[in-house]
Write a protein that binds this ligand. Structure first.
Ligand code: PGA
Ligand code: ZN
Length: 431
């Protein structure tokens, strides 16, 4: 496949911050366009998100340097070049950068090209994006039977950095029992029903129903922070006519590194009012989680504390419960390898922009799932309407999606793409 041109521009993400959108144009005239998301509570070992750091423009968050790199450094590498597959394309980018954290060209510049190329090839073949990703992932073992809609971890309440610290825990999600609801669309429908009932409960309590970065309620009026949120969710599940622990379970993202104080080696909880040691934070979490139907806990401890993670994963990560590494693993195969050896978590949160290319994201999912870990494909707090991650979760063995609440256009874009894929797969089976 010959590439005609690659070019980028600066656009806005869902938080009003600049991000990069890249177009890859093939010689046959087909195009692929991709834009990349941006995290607020990022892991320390994520690839570099290249920003201009010119404070008089978008508070330093402009991405004109990244745009310039795509137009003037990356594009010439590919001009009129014959590229045979995604791996070859990504390898050229990885080698041109040559650093572990993509500090030379920027992870955002690189990823926008990688996904745009992926989309251009799918368009050129006249196939769906999930089919092309599936071909890359499965190779000779490619079969449509691998395609599977995910169980959505649907965000209903948010705090931490994403929601004005309404709660210390960053994300509260409901997890529909997809076997019980029968399919993805019915699970989504039931999840929206719970979401709407939670909204009613908040209104009755005189709590605000404004949403945070990822489309879930972030009521500042919540009193005893972390625990009250669980109670509201359980009530919401019941009021929607479902049984907690059966029809719906709860998943959380603690994002503990965000309130961990490195100097003191303490966790600052209760909206920063109380400092507790790692041991105390451990037992507070254990007590709290034993009272509610929680089946998945993400980032319960600071991202460098591998030993406490291992202890917690052994202790809590049993009976199908997931201990999810996001900041801990940063979609990085070296860290996933360490996690597998040390049994520090049993699920990977896969975010393409933590690592910077489609190929490396697929490798991370492969390493995790081939070693008995679950994989969850995830959005970021700053998103665009790019729906690549919906196709990614369907094409790979990742069984879960984490795409936020069922409101805000950039979140709904992913849910709607999943609905579309469900239809496409259904029609194909009945053809
Ligand atoms: P981020 O948050 O996109 O702000 O990093 C998402 C998460 O922590 O899972
Ligand atoms: Zn997280």
């Amino acid at each position: 496949m010959k590439i005609q041109n690659i070019y980028a521009r600066e656009i806005l993400d869902s938080n009003g911050n600049p991000t990069i959108e890249t177009t890859v144009e093939l010689l046959d005239g087909t195009k692929g366009v991709a834009s990349v998301p941006s995290g607020a509570s990022t892991g320390k070992t994520e690839v570099l998100e290249l920003r201009d750091n010119e404070t008089n423009r978008y508070g330093g968050k402009g991405v004109l340097k990244a745009v310039d790199i795509v137009n003037n450094v990356i594009a010439p590498l590919f001009k009129d070049k014959e590229i045979h597959n995604q791996e070859e394309f990504d390898k050229i980018l990885i080698e041109a950068d040559g650093t572990d954290l993509k500090v030379k060209l920027g992870g955002n510049s690189i990823l926008s090209c990688s996904i745009a190329f992926c989309r251009a090839i799918a368009n050129s073949f006249g196939i769906e994006m999930y089919q092309y990703i599936g071909m890359i992932y499965w190779g000779e073992k490619y079969s449509e039977s691998h395609f599977q809609l995910p169980t959505p971890l649907m965000l209903v309440l948010e705090g931490g950095k994403h929601g004005n610290w309404a709660t210390d825990i960053q994300e509260y999600m409901i997890v529909p029992n997809i076997a019980k609801f029968g399919n993805f669309s019915e699970s989504l429908r039931a999840g929206v029903n719970v979401y709407k009932n939670i909204e009613k409960i908040l209104i009755e309590k005189n709590y605000s129903t404004g949403v945070g970065f990822e489309g879930a309620f972030a009521p500042m009026e919540i009193k005893n922070s972390n625990e009250e949120a669980f109670g509201i969710i359980v009530d919401g599940i019941k009021r929607a006519g479902y049984t907690p622990g059966e029809d719906f379970n709860i998943a959380i993202d603690v994002a503990a590194s965000e309130f961990y104080n490195e100097q003191e080696n303490t966790y600052k909880i209760d909206r920063g009012q109380r400092s507790v040691s790692t041991d105390e934070w451990y037992s507070i979490q254990k007590d709290l989680y034993s009272k509610y139907p929680i089946i998945s806990v993400e980032d319960p401890f600071n991202e460098d504390d591998w030993d406490t993670w291992t202890k917690f994963a052994t202790d809590f990560g049993r009976d199908g419960k997931m201990i999810v590494g996001d900041d801990l693993l940063t979609t990085n195969v070296k860290r996933i390898e360490r996690c597998i050896t040390g049994k520090s978590a049993n699920a990977l949160l896969a975010k393409p922009n933590q690592i910077g290319t489609v190929t490396e994201t697929l490798n991370a999912i492969r390493m995790a799932t081939e070693n008995g870990m679950n994989a969850i494909v995830s959005h970021r707090s700053g998103e665009t309407i790019d729906d690549f991650i919906a196709d990614l979760v369907v094409a790979t063995p990742a069984k879960f999606s984490k795409f936020g609440g069922p409101v805000r256009g950039e979140r709904v874009a992913k849910y709607n793409r999943l609905l579309e894929i469900e239809n496409l797969l259904r029609n194909r089976l009945t053809d």
